[in-house]
Ligand binder design. Structure first.
Ligand code: BGC
Length: 522
């Protein structure tokens, strides 16, 4: 997912008696709204920034550059504007900052109040955005939405991983990512519709409709119960037990309850989770998680997710065709994520990542060559055949990302950290992701202006580097129980074995046969 925090136990953890109760179904709905909300925010900005009425109101300079052919601008630079990029990127910077606070509130106040805070931030952000009168209102609105993202992306996945029975926890991980992609697709579809509204207020509707998942998340947070893990962690043992009984739909919860209490005790003994993270023996998952997040953003995926309509417009598509093409790529993103759910435990992580590397690289090179030949500074006549080819290549790129780096960038970190550093590891993963998402959002349109078609060669270079990284340094974790990662994975790897063998000192001694629970503290 685009937010991390999941604890996937894949296999091996103890399976306790648990029914799929209404409260668990409710949790899945929560996952849907948290993911939809984030995806909607990712997808909505590119569409509105390609709407002339929106540009005229907030970015008149850009509006002039895109509409007046007599202005001697390069096609590639039409949208190059720091303010315009800030509209998109401010959300991620705010999200990054909010994650630190969210990590504190998740631990001290609980998962539920943190989700409520997220919902309220989202609602405030949506109101400011939909009613925006000037650029300041617009950016403050995006910042509030970003705070919502920071709080929601920390609390919702954690909430889900703690409330769901073990056997559906892994699936929920990718389901969250699927909902992010559905949110992006919804945003694209809505932009396509609202752009046709006469009177120039369609963009307000696009930004305002984010209020639907925002309200759902807020109401959801009011209705659900706190997780047993969080209650136990804060010393409310009786309440924790009662909630556990309610959500599992059975009275036979004693073994799971005792395990949660034990896990919570051990988690509390970890005095410095972040310092622990830096220990030599934790280097393999730490390096891999950080690298996966940086590389995920360096594929260039968000250049497409944020700016597809703007990009299609840059290379000569009309406004309508640009938004339409963004809908196509959005739909491919959703469908290919489903492919990932099906194949991740069959084919394995490495095969998906390596195949996708080849596919993404080839697609990007073809796009660069076509644009290099057909789109110059002052002529953007792609012609129908080449335009279709560009859209197809963008789709093959997006599909490869969506069945590999998209979900796996989140799944692999969630399943490789040991219990004592898992939560801290997830916080670092989320922060690195948001930081690099911010960088791409803030830099892409300027890079497009300077690198022109070469921007796609730039990203393809990164894809080559990350594929080599995967080939040598990312071991297969398919079907490996989360508690056996060290002996089955790291100790068998040509490089990582040196880190786990030579150093075994931990600040916390003790082992628990838990299925990844009770580790909510960061
Ligand atoms: C990434 C997001 C991206 C999304 C696209 C996620 O895994 O973290 O940055 O927008 O995939 O589907």
């Amino acid at each position: 997912m685009a937010g991390g925090g999941f604890v996937s136990s894949s296999a091996g953890g103890t399976e306790f008696e648990a029914k799929i109760t209404p409260i668990v179904i409710m949790s899945c709905i929560m996952a849907a709204t948290g993911g939809l909300m984030f995806g909607y925010d990712v997808g909505v900005s590119g569409g509105v920034t390609s709407m002339p009425a929106f540009l005229e109101k907030f970015f008149p300079v850009v509006a002039r550059k895109t509409q007046d052919p007599t202005l001697n601008n390069s096609n590639y630079c039409k949208y190059d504007n720091q303010g315009l990029q800030l509209f998109t990127s401010s959300l991620y910077l705010a999200g990054l900052t909010a994650t630190f606070f969210a990590s504190y509130t998740t631990r001290t106040l609980g998962r539920r109040p943190t989700m409520l805070i997220a919902g309220l931030f989202f609602i405030a952000g949506v109101v400011l955005n939909a009613a925006a009168q000037d650029l300041a209102m617009l950016i403050v609105g995006r910042i509030l939405l970003g705070c919502g993202v920071g709080f929601a992306n920390q609390a919702v996945p954690l909430f889900l991983s703690e409330i769901a029975p073990t056997r559906i926890r892994g699936a929920l991980n990718i389901l969250f990512q699927l909902n992010v992609t559905i949110g992006i697709l919804f945003a694209n579809l809505i932009n396509y519709g609202t752009a046709k509204i006469k009177g120039g207020w369609g963009w307000r509707l696009s930004l305002g409709l984010a209020g639907v998942p925002a309200v759902l998340l807020t109401v959801g947070a009011l209705l659900v119960s706190e997780t047993p893990n969080s209650l136990i962690e804060r010393g409310r043992l009786d309440e924790g037990k009662a909630v556990l009984r309610k959500i599992r739909g059975t009275d036979k919860i004693e073994p799971e309850f005792l395990e949660l209490v034990e896990a919570s005790r051990i988690a509390k003994e970890v005095k410095h989770p972040f310092r622990n993270l830096l220990k030599r023996k934790n280097r393999p998952p730490l390096v891999i998680s950080i690298a996966l997040q940086i590389f995920q953003q360096c594929t260039g995926i968000n250049a497409i997710m944020f700016y597809a309509p703007v990009l299609f417009n840059t290379v000569g598509f009309g406004s309508d065709a640009s938004l339409y093409s963004a809908v196509i790529t959005g739909a491919v993103n959703v469908l290919s994520t489903v492919v990932s759910i099906y194949s991740v435990d069959r084919l394995g992580r490495r095969k998906l990542l390596l195949e996708a590397g080849v596919q993404m690289l080839l697609s990007q090179v073809v796009i660069a060559v076509v644009l290099g030949i057909k789109v110059t500074d002052h002529s953007d006549d792609l012609g129908k055949g080449f335009a279709v080819l560009v859209v197809i290549m963008v789709c093959t790129f997006v599909s490869a990302f969506a069945w590999s780096w998209g979900p796996l960038g989140w799944l692999i970190p969630s399943e490789t950290f040991p219990l004592e550093t898992r939560s801290a590891g997830q916080s670092v993963t989320v922060c690195v992701n948001l930081l690099f998402t911010f960088v791409i959002a803030q830099a892409f349109l300027s890079m497009l202006c300077h690198f022109k078609f070469g921007i796609f060669l730039f990203f393809s270079g990164w894809v080559a580097v990350m594929s080599v990284f995967v080939f040598f340094l990312v071991p297969e974790t398919k079907n490996v129980p989360i508690e056996e990662m060290t002996e089955k994975v790291w100790a068998q790897h040509w490089l990582w074995k040196r880190f786990v063998e030579e150093d075994s000192d931990v600040e916390m001694e003790g082992r628990v046969g838990v299925n990844g629970k009770g580790n909510g503290s960061n």
